[in-house]
Design a protein around this ligand. Structure first.
Ligand SMILES: [Zn+2]
Length: 733
């Protein structure tokens, strides 16, 4: 019987906060601290001579919103002077804080960025404002610094969107990618087609629990909402006072179920269906016939004047070709235009929108699927399925915005704890976002010049309210802001230091429900030298210098050998106590040596111990607790210290076709006694758990080969691709 012991009971870490850490995030290019402080009374007196009245209003409003600081013009004895510079780096600024404050800037936006940096430096004590004397010089690295917001799956009010914008501005984001339409709701008023919002903005039910939790249940309640054109303008204008450009996304030809619920005549079948209450990808998309093209161009005609942005996003992702293949209208378009297939039809369809938008003086953006069948001449590509789409587009001389799921999908889990709220899947912790580089290492400098930036994507299937939206966005968005803004890159530990010391308190003061996951200790299993496993509490990377952590681990002597951990943090933040729990299943292979002949994909390589750590991979899967393989066959050996009797082997695989993950199909298990073969079990099983019963074999080593499907079957998400094979616990009894 293995024993689990807890190593720490009461642990204290107390170290002072370094004075050298820059309070400004994203980090400025130059931050030189001088001696002393600039102290003034509660109101900042500015000389309005160097700025326009619009900037004056913007900085006044933002000072009040962020820190409750009042600003007043006062020429004779101002504390702050502004100077507009010519012929300097775009959007650059500098701040000199000595006996007074001088802000030099190159553009209105950079004046605002300087102001944001100044506000981040400001400390308020007993009604006085205190700034460290320093010199700052700064400019952005990338031109596109975006956050995305899906308001279709869940709706966010005008005030909530404004708050999202307010917070973005504090981290110098300049682009809000607003996902306004999808299968589950059409959210923007179009005057020519009123049914889009009368019908398309509301669904009758919404999926409860995770997509993969079966049987599925639905909350049978009307859900929806939309923005009038006046509200859209209000938000766009509001964003412009925070120097944020709003880019609308109108999805086509896929993700169209809400629009087609209102106007089924623009689908291939013409059959009326409701607005979707389930997440996923649906076969019914816009038909490629001329009437549908005109319908969508009419919509774009109303969209264009509402959004001053240079760009309009038309989606273009996840459009199954099932209906197009069977549709006489679509086939006629293929024939008339000498197209080869439905992929070229999609390319033709996007090309029509590209030409339309170009003629109206706008630039088209699409998800990387718009590369399939040929890229339209003026299209900008948003690369979400890894870097490849972006690399291909850049090589063709097209602008690219990088947002690979691995680093930029903030709807993924950010921690391994079972206490994390339900999310779509995937695993994108804070340090992974911080390490992100929108320029892949193998990209040439010439191609890299087409990468205009990156963005964090907030898909809201599992984000139903503002508190949850903020939890998923912050602090990951702050890590992304460093990637997008900062030329220099302080260590992750330094970043955390600044985050905990300066930014968590700010977010708390604004009532932001940010995630503290990245600063909390983690429970992790390790192999014991003499066999078996034990559980350690690992402090979060970089937190030991910053925080006073007090945690208590209690090994609860219960039947399942659960280990309960409970910690409280004092010092900077009053953290809510959080209970983390690991359930260990007892079996004979706990901590056994695993020799993998097939390497897991680096994306889902959580270490071979994953297979024998006593913890079953959770469902819905979180991107950890599993070993993921991008091959259709996986082989490995389990080696024991001494021969053991085996009655039963259980191999756990994952079946989640929506994520392109398919359970194993066949298995072959060889039992070796001291290196001599002593048995073989082969079979066929499509269950997630393969159970092999044996009659008390005594073995030293077990060889396992399992095979999955070679290709995902037609009609399933990812059809034609090799499915993922996900493995977890190998239980031996
Ligand atoms: Zn059609």
């Amino acid at each position: 019987m293995q024993k689990i012991c807890s190593l720490f009971f009461w642990v204290f870490f107390i170290l002072p906060v370094s004075a050298q850490v820059c309070p400004i995030l994203p980090n400025p290019v130059v931050y030189q601290l001088a001696n002393g402080q600039f102290v003034c009374s509660g109101t900042l007196l500015i000389d309005p001579a160097g700025i326009t009245p619009d900037i004056g209003l913007a900085i006044k409003d933002y000072a009040l919103w962020t820190k409750g600081i009042t600003v007043a013009p006062f020429v004779q004895n101002s504390m702050i002077q502004f100077k507009k510079l010519q012929n300097v780096v775009q959007d650059s600024y500098s701040i000199n804080i000595a006996d007074r404050i001088t802000i030099s800037y190159s553009s209105e936006a950079s004046c605002f960025y300087a102001w944001v940096s100044l506000l981040q430096l400001a400390e308020i004590e007993e009604g006085q404002l205190i700034f460290p004397k320093c010199f700052i010089k700064d400019y952005p690295k990338f031109q596109w610094r975006g956050l995305h917001l899906d308001v279709s799956r869940h709706f966010f009010t005008v005030d909530e969107v404004k708050r999202y914008i307010d917070l973005m501005a504090y981290y110098k984001f300049n682009t809000l990618h607003w996902h306004l339409t999808d299968d589950q709701g059409w959210r923007i008023e179009i005057k020519k087609y009123p049914l889009l919002t009368e019908v398309g903005a509301y669904r009758d039910s919404t999926l409860e629990n995770h997509y993969t939790t079966l049987p599925r249940t639905f909350k049978k309640e009307r859900y929806g909402g939309f923005y009038t054109q006046e509200q859209i303008t209000e938000i766009v204008n509001y964003a412009s006072t925070r120097f944020i450009s709003v880019v609308p996304e109108i999805e086509m030809p896929g993700h169209a179920r809400a629009a087609l619920a209102a106007y089924p005549q623009f689908s291939c079948t013409g059959q009326a269906q409701g607005v979707e209450g389930l997440w996923g990808v649906f076969d019914d998309i816009f038909c490629a016939k001329e009437a549908s093209v005109e319908f969508l161009q009419d919509i774009l005609d109303e969209i264009i004047p509402l959004f001053p942005s240079q760009y309009v996003h038309i989606g273009g992702d996840e459009a199954p070709k099932t209906r197009w293949k069977e549709c006489a209208n679509c086939q006629a378009v293929i024939k008339e235009n000498n197209l080869h297939d439905e992929h070229q039809l999609q390319s033709y369809f996007i090309g029509r929108m590209d030409a339309f938008l170009t003629q109206k003086g706008k630039k088209l953006i699409g998800w990387d699927e718009i590369l399939e069948g040929g890229l339209s001449p003026n299209a900008t590509v948003m690369s979400w399925r890894g870097y490849d789409g972006g690399k291909a587009a850049a090589a063709l001389g097209h602008e690219v915005i990088m947002c690979p799921g691995s680093h930029c999908y903030f709807d993924h889990y950010q921690g391994r704890s079972s206490a994390e709220p339900l999310a779509i899947g995937g695993f994108t912790p804070l340090d992974r976002v911080y390490e992100f580089n929108p320029i892949p290492p193998d990209m040439s400098a010439a191609d890299a010049s087409y990468v205009i930036g990156a963005q964090g994507n907030l898909w809201t299937e599992y984000i139903s309210n503002m508190a949850q939206l903020e939890y998923m966005t912050y602090p990951r968005a702050i890590a992304l802001s460093k990637v997008l803004w900062s030329e220099n890159s302080p260590t992750y530990e330094t970043f955390l230091h600044s985050l905990i010391s300066f930014h968590f308190p700010f977010l708390s003061s604004k009532g932001v429900n940010y995630s503290k996951t990245a600063t909390m200790p983690e429970l992790r299993t390790i192999r014991k030298e003499k066999g078996g496993i034990e559980i350690l509490s690992i402090p979060a990377k970089g937190t030991m210098e910053d925080t006073l952590l007090l945690w208590e681990i209690q090994a609860a002597k219960r039947k399942t050998n659960d280990l309960l951990m409970h910690w409280t943090e004092y010092a900077v933040q009053e953290y809510e106590p959080l209970v983390n729990q690991i359930n260990i299943i007892q079996h004979k292979a706990l901590g056994a040596q695993i020799v993998l002949q097939t390497p897991p994909s680096p994306k889902y390589d959580n270490g071979s111990l994953t297979l024998v750590d006593g913890q079953l991979g959770e469902r819905p899967w979180k991107g950890n607790q599993w070993l993921g393989f991008d091959t259709d066959s996986v082989s490995f050996d389990i080696i024991f210290d001494k021969p053991i009797k085996v009655k039963e082997v259980r191999i756990h695989t994952l079946h989640d076709p929506n994520s392109w993950i398919w359970a194993a199909q066949t298995y072959m298990i060889g039992f070796n006694k001291f290196g001599v073969g002593s048995g073989l079990a082969c079979g066929y099983s499509t269950d997630e758990t393969i159970v092999i019963e044996e009659t008390d074999k005594k073995v030293k080593q077990i060889h396992v080969t399992i095979r999955g499907l070679s290709k995902i079957p037609q009609g399933q998400p990812g059809a034609g691709n090799t499915p993922w094979l996900f493995l977890d616990e190998i239980e031996i009894r």
